[in-house]
Design a protein. Structure first.
Length: 146
């Protein structure tokens, strides 16, 4: 089983510790790593190869849920903006990356994609993420759906 399908199966079984909330199109989860605190993903459920493999209503719902997660991350973390990515090259199953970006990021990193935090060791960023962030994100997502 591929990574995203495995994570979705864990979420369905209540065994994925990164789950924030179940949304209409899938699962909001915290990222395994938190180079920038509040990094989340939306894992499509059912698992499909790409956004183009969903019927039109499913596409719209996935994108709506992706932005809902971004709104919650903004509200909870105080980030300056959100970067959204749907890639699928390494893991060819639909999932979206929701990256908060902060005004106090180092100047040399602020204009770069978050992935450069992995590739450029001279760019470091460390802000501890409070333990309650996952719970607050879940509360924000539930409030937005009311």
């Amino acid at each position: 089983m591929a990574l995203i399908a495995d994570r979705v199966a864990q979420a369905r079984a209540g065994a994925n510790p990164w789950v924030i909330a179940r949304l209409p199109s899938g699962w909001a989860v915290l990222g395994d790593t938190q180079e920038l605190p509040g990094y989340c993903l939306l894992l499509a459920d059912p698992v499909v190869p790409s956004l183009n493999d969903l019927p039109e209503p499913g596409r719209a719902q996935f994108l709506k849920d992706m932005v809902r997660i971004g709104d919650a991350v903004l509200a909870v973390t105080g980030a300056a903006r959100i970067n959204y990515e749907i890639l699928g090259n390494a893991e060819p199953e639909l999932h979206a990356h929701i990256h908060p970006r902060y005004a106090d990021e180092p100047d040399e990193a602020r204009g770069l994609p978050v992935w450069f935090y992995h590739w450029r060791p001279e760019v470091t960023y460390s802000r501890p993420m409070p333990d309650h962030v996952r719970e607050r994100l879940g509360e924000a997502l539930r409030a937005a759906s009311r």
